[in-house]
Design a protein around this ligand. Structure first.
Ligand code: DC
Length: 216
């Protein structure tokens, strides 16, 4: 396994911007695991499957060919050859992604893909359970948080209708791989920090841990 930097946190905590920037600074690949859960959710809706029916969601996923890999240093997921990227932020996906990501068959299937991606490249992976479940043995774990008000504002500024409080409740209370702070994660509150500020704190910790960081 290559080097994995795990970045977890609730919705709109700023972790995507931080993870992407960090991956660029380290010259690592970037994996947005939330985008994978969103891609599957889009596929579930696209195939007219009810996202609330776990058995049907599981059946669709079993029938679908999932392919993952890298393009331009960023991980992608294809569903029977289809690329969900243009639809990942659809309102319907926002509304259903927590229900779909609760389905054990979905998590098992994506876990295998996320593990495979770390066989190929050093990477920064963001999500909810990366430090706790997907790569519990990586020493490089971060949990990015921000106040609920600021997170809501960030989503609104992106022009999105996204019930983040609802998603967070669902993601934190599910029985399998809930959003938790891994014991050995460094928690960074990004409420009053810029992306650069958070990335600076992450890099400071990585250097203390002995990870080589290229000079700017
Ligand atoms: O990071 P995001 O907000 O785009 O993630 C969308 C949803 O995907 C999130 O509400 C829960 C799910 N998710 C998950 O269950 N596990 C992950 N590692 C990443 C995302």
């Amino acid at each position: 396994m290559k080097t994995v930097i795990a970045i977890d946190g609730p919705a709109a905590s700023g972790k995507s911007s931080v993870a992407r920037e960090l991956a660029g600074r380290l010259q690592y690949a970037y994996v947005n695991s939330g985008a994978f859960y969103r891609g599957i959710t889009w596929w579930v809706l696209h195939t007219h499957t009810d996202p609330a029916l776990a058995d049907e969601v599981a059946a669709v996923i079993t029938r679908t060919k999932l392919e993952s890999g890298y393009q331009n240093h960023e991980a992608y997921l294809l569903l029977d050859g289809a690329d969900a990227t243009p639809n990942l932020r659809d309102d319907a996906v926002n509304r259903s992604v927590s229900a779909v990501s609760r389905v054990p068959a979905v998590r098992e299937c994506l876990l295998a893909h996320l593990h495979n991606l770390a066989e190929e490249r050093d990477l920064v992976m963001e999500g909810r359970d990366i430090g706790s479940v997907v790569f519990p043995h990586t020493p490089y774990k971060f949990y990015i948080d921000a106040s609920p008000e600021v997170r809501k504002q960030r989503r609104q500024a992106q022009g999105q209708t996204d019930e983040i409080a609802l998603r967070d409740r669902s993601d934190s209370s599910r029985p399998n791989a809930p959003l938790i702070i891994a014991e050995d994660a460094l928690v960074i509150d990004s409420t009053h920090l810029t992306v650069d500020g958070v990335v600076g704190e992450v890099i400071g910790r990585l250097k203390l841990q002995g990870l080589p960081v290229p000079a700017r």
